[in-house]
Design a protein around this ligand. Structure first.
Ligand SMILES: *Cc1c(COP(=O)(O)O)cnc(C)c1O
Length: 402
């Protein structure tokens, strides 16, 4: 029975206590703007060793608010990685800003710091430096934030970490989200991510002013703080004022209750994800594919596990993708370089713009990996991948062992 079922590339893990937490809210006084959203924000902030958390409808909204809170507007440049979900780049376009892409490092799949530095030097000469850079912690592996932060000081740009994949990951022994090397960090709580609220996201910051901006922009640009209001005649009642053009990007109490309950299990989720990644690493050692390379200064949250095919794999990416999907192993691609999308092509980007990103796109496949994956499912994935890929020669294996 089980073996005939499809295995998705990612999936939520929902327990009875998650369900009870949501039901409790449904029976309470508030479905929105109650006590649970602030409780969830505080719990995530505490987990990440950061001062402020601002929960939103999703990470896309959090990225949009983050750009606005850092003053991004028409004529400004925002740079990011081409290997990310389209929402990362779209957030700049929402603000009327311009987008450009920095190629990835072909080992980490994260933004390449050498390519970044080179591009910054040219942009400086041309007077086109970015206002904001969004590094993306691809697959859950943190970027080289120390180097990126140093470049931000040298070239004067702001940093938003797109950590949609990376809640629970660590960088230099500290939780991702602490904003030690950035202005704002954004998480996603979509069901395929590490913990879920259905739809949901959060922006984190250590800066009180930025947190305040994120909060009023999340709720129509309205403030209820008397100190921020203009004063009018004493006979009029002004208990709220719209002072900016904001949005309704608020998270509901039901979502926050699910998030709070999920957060209790995050370390267990990461432990299981890491274990599955290690199992894949060891299982694929004898065959000719590239498995994700891990940096020494970080602990990935293993949101994704992309394998890369090479000239010795004995099968094309397309053929393996089709064979795995046909066998019920619903693999996926993360990601098509954003600038190759028809919408971005119309903005003038051309094929081949970021060679490492294109090479990654044309050779990688994300295998199923999620906390509720059982052993049988893991074995099925391994068996099916190994069935189609060529083994390494004995000499290569011996060299690896040494
Ligand atoms: C999922 C994801 C987003 C968008 O998250 P939503 O919560 O679905 O809006 C943005 N960036 C990256 C890298 C993602 O993986």
């Amino acid at each position: 029975m089980e073996s005939s079922k499809n295995i998705p590339y990612g999936k939520q893990s929902i327990s009875e206590s998650d369900i009870q937490a949501v039901i409790e809210v449904l029976r309470s006084d508030f479905l929105t703007q109650g006590p649970i959203v602030p409780a969830f924000e505080n719990a995530v902030a505490e987990y990440c060793h950061v001062r402020h958390g601002v929960a939103t409808t999703n990470a896309t909204a959090a990225l949009h608010l983050a750009c606005l809170a850092l003053g991004l507007g028409p004529g400004d440049w925002l740079w990011t990685s081409p290997i990310t979900f389209v929402a990362t780049a779209n957030s700049a376009l929402y603000c009327g800003a311009l987008v450009d892409f920095v190629d990835i490092d072909s080992r980490t799949y994260n933004i390449c710091k050498e390519a970044l530095e080179e591009k910054l030097l040219i942009a400086k000469q041309e007077g086109k430096l970015p206002k904001i850079l969004i590094p993306v912690h691809m697959c859950g592996q943190p970027c080289d934030m120390k180097a990126i932060h140093e470049l931000s000081l040298q070239f004067g740009f702001k940093i938003i970490e797109d950590a949609s994949h990376a809640i629970g990951a660590k960088y230099l022994e500290e939780p991702v989200g602490n904003c030690h090397f950035s202005d704002i960090t954004v998480f996603s709580f979509h069901p395929v991510k590490i913990i879920t609220t259905g739809e949901g996201g959060m922006a984190l910051t250590n800066n009180k002013e930025i947190a305040n901006k994120l909060r009023y922009l999340r709720s129509h640009g309205i403030t209820t703080n008397q100190d921020e209001m203009e004063t009018y005649s004493n006979n009029e009642i002004w208990n709220y004022q719209q002072i900016h053009l904001g949005f309704n990007y608020r998270m509901t109490e039901m979502q926050a209750a699910l998030g709070l309950s999920q957060l209790k299990k995050i370390n267990e989720f990461i432990r299981i994800r890491t274990q599955i990644a290690k199992f894949y690493d060891a299982s694929f050692l004898p065959i000719n594919i590239n498995t994700p390379w891990q940096t020494e200064d970080a602990n990935s949250s293993f949101h994704l596990y992309p394998i890369q095919l090479n000239s010795l794999s004995g099968i094309s990416q397309k053929a393996l993708y089709e064979k795995l999907n046909a066998s019920g192993i619903k693999v996926n691609l993360h990601y098509i370089p954003i600038y190759r999308q028809p919408f971005y092509k119309k903005l003038g980007f051309i094929e081949g713009y970021c060679p490492n990103a294109e090479n990654y796109f044309k050779s990688s496949i994300s295998l199923p990996l999620y906390a509720s994956m059982d052993e049988e499912q893991q074995y099925r994935v391994v068996k099916e991948v190994k069935k189609h890929c060529l083994s390494k020669s004995t000499e290569t294996l011996m060299a690896k062992a040494i």
